[in-house]
Structures are given as C-alpha cells and as structure tokens.
Design a protein. Structure first.
Length: 195
C-alpha cells in the first residue's frame, strides 16, 4: 500500500472513531449515560396529567391536541400491559410523544409518554436507568402479559404515575422481578399516567 493510501485509511479510521465518540454511541446492553438522555422538554407528565389533558378530558382529537402546541393526532396500534389496542397518539413532527387510551365514559383514562423529550413528575426521562430516575427496586413489580420481564415502578410522590423499565437483552427469569444486578441495566421506556 502506498504512503498516500495508508494516510487516507488512517485518517478515515480516526474520523470514524471521532464520529462514534461525538454521537455518544452506546453498545447493546450498556445503560445510557446522563449525556445520552435528552435535555429537550416538550411536555411534563405529572400526577394531574399532561398539558391540558387530565381526568375527565373528552376523548376526541380536538381535546387530545391540547396536550402540547403543534401536535398532530394520529391513530396507532400499541401495547398496553395486558392487551394491544388501536388508539390515538400525539406526534410532534414525526416523533410520537404521547399515547392516549379511552375509558368507558369516552374520556381519557390513561396516557403513555414514549418520547425522550418528556419529563415525569420528578424529572424522569425516557432512557434513564432506575438509579438516574431515583427509583428503588422495592417500588417496582414485575410486569405481566405483554410487559413480562419489565419493571413497573411507582413514581415518587405521584399516585397516578408509573414508570416502565426494560432490561436490554434480558433473558429471565420472567416469573418474578429481575434481580438488583439486572435492574441496574434497566432503561425507562414509558411514563404511564392513569386517571
């Protein structure tokens, strides 16, 4: 190989390494660092709801659009803990932010925050570990049905909010809450509000 070819290959390798470092790449199974959790906030989910959505909000597109400025309401299919459902979701640009679920009285009874641009009642963000979110194992239960193997945890001081954590590449056991060691790798996937 000529000196010119060697220099080009070496330069390319250095550029690829630099690009990886700047992108904050995380290998599979490695918990996200605080640097890779978004600091951009579109919406905060509290014990009272999110935006203009709270207990008793009518389940219609006009009311759901009150969750945040500039949202587009679209129909989606998603998984709740025990079932899949067709429902509405709020998109900001092309990013899905919040999923809404209808109760028997045609009002919003449940919301799932799924975007990294949301905050929970204590500043929790999608992608955080249990430790980063300030959650203890004793505040969690093992998910069931479609969320089996996930940790479903109470948000501090918020009786209407749960935090759903998944463990990357988790291989069980699935009949009980994961060990403390496995939960160190768990990452927040959903912020769930129920009326």
């Amino acid at each position: 190989m000529s000196t010119c070819g060697f220099v080009m290959c070496r330069s390319l390798a250095i550029l690829l390494l630099l690009a990886s470092a700047l992108a904050g790449c995380v290998s599979p199974g490695e918990p996200l660092s605080e640097a890779s959790v978004s600091s951009s906030t579109w919406l905060v989910i509290t014990d009272n709801g999110a935006g203009n959505i709270h207990a008793g909000t009518p389940y219609n597109e006009a009311a759901l659009a009150g969750v945040a400025p500039g949202v587009d309401i679209r129909s989606i299919q998603t998984a709740k803990e025990s079932t899949t459902a067709w429902t509405h979701a709020a998109f900001i640009g092309e990013t899905q932010a919040v999923q809404f679920f209808k109760g028997s009285s045609n009002t919003v009874v449940e919301m799932h925050g799924v975007s990294q641009h949301l905050k929970g009642p204590n500043g929790e963000r999608i992608g955080m570990t249990l430790a980063q979110a300030g959650v203890r194992r004793s505040d969690c239960r093992n998910g069931k049905d479609l969320w089996i193997g996930m940790a479903v945890c109470k948000a501090r001081g918020a009786s209407h909010v749960e935090l759903v954590f998944a463990i990357p590449q988790y291989d069980g056991p699935f009949d009980s809450l994961a060990s403390s060691e496995d939960l160190k790798r768990a990452e927040l996937q959903r912020i769930v509000w129920r009326a």
